[in-house]
Design a protein around this ligand. Structure first.
Ligand SMILES: CC(C)(COP(=O)(O)OP(=O)(O)OC[C@H]1O[C@@H](n2cnc3c(N)ncnc32)[C@H](O)[C@@H]1OP(=O)(O)O)[C@@H](O)C(=O)NCCC(=O)NCCS
Length: 182
């Protein structure tokens, strides 16, 4: 996947976003070990084409990993538990998603099952809706990824289509901000 990753024009970095239990902020040097754990985790990458080798990550990862507009570290009690990605995939293969912002999420397995991903994604979508009013967001996930499918539904994404790619059935969903009626 070599799609360009920009979400311009976004006011970036935003001030840290605080939810009931979490903080969303841009990545920093203190997150490097957690990013390596996240990207090397076979469990996290079951439906994402497999993890990256840990030694390669240790060698090659930037001192400030994943620092780009739309990349949020999700922090619980001062430690990173996951990443939220909001990016515009300019070369998206699905016409319905072309040019739209795309939501992704990766959480460390020990942080699954507590509603943290839902809480963080809802906050990121709220921030996005304030920054770019009226803009929809798309999300692609494997249909076999039950946790991700449940999360997408909980966040209010609705199905656009299902398609085959990378040897598996994929789900494309879309989210639109609720606009107050006149
Ligand atoms: C997809 C992923 C982020 C989902 O994480 P998750 O923790 O299951 O998602 P949520 O934050 O919605 O949490 C839901 C679970 O928390 C439970 N929960 C516990 N306390 C809760 C609370 N206070 N509020 C809400 N839910 C709570 C829910 O009951 C639910 O449990 P269940 O799965 O047993 O039904 C995670 O599995 C992951 O990182 N996967 C690997 C990466 C990936 O595949 N990403 C998709 C590609 S875009």
């Amino acid at each position: 996947m070599s799609d360009e990753i920009t979400v311009h024009p976004l006011p970036w970095p935003p001030a840290p976003i605080r939810t009931e239990r979490l903080v969303l902020r841009e990545p920093g040097t203190r997150d490097r070990a957690a990013f390596i754990e996240l990207l090397a985790s076979p469990e996290v990458h079951t439906y994402l084409g497999g993890p990256r080798p840990r030694d390669e990550l240790e060698r090659e990862m930037s001192p400030v990993p994943e620092r780009w507009p739309g990349s949020f570290v999700v922090e619980l009690d001062g430690s990173m538990i996951g990443q939220i990605l909001l990016r515009r995939a300019t070369g998206n293969r699905r016409p319905a998603a072309a040019g739209k912002a795309d939501l992704g999420y990766l959480f460390l397995p020990r942080a699954w099952g507590f509603g943290y991903a839902a809480e963080a994604c809802a906050a990121a979508l709220g921030w996005f809706a304030d920054a770019l009013p009226g803009e929809p967001v798309v999300l692609a996930t494997q249909t076999a990824n039950d946790r991700s499918m449940r999360l997408a539904a909980k966040l209010g994404f609705t199905e656009v289509e299902r398609f085959e790619a990378w040897g598996a059935e994929q789900w494309l969903g879309m989210w639109s901000p609720v606009t107050p009626s006149a």
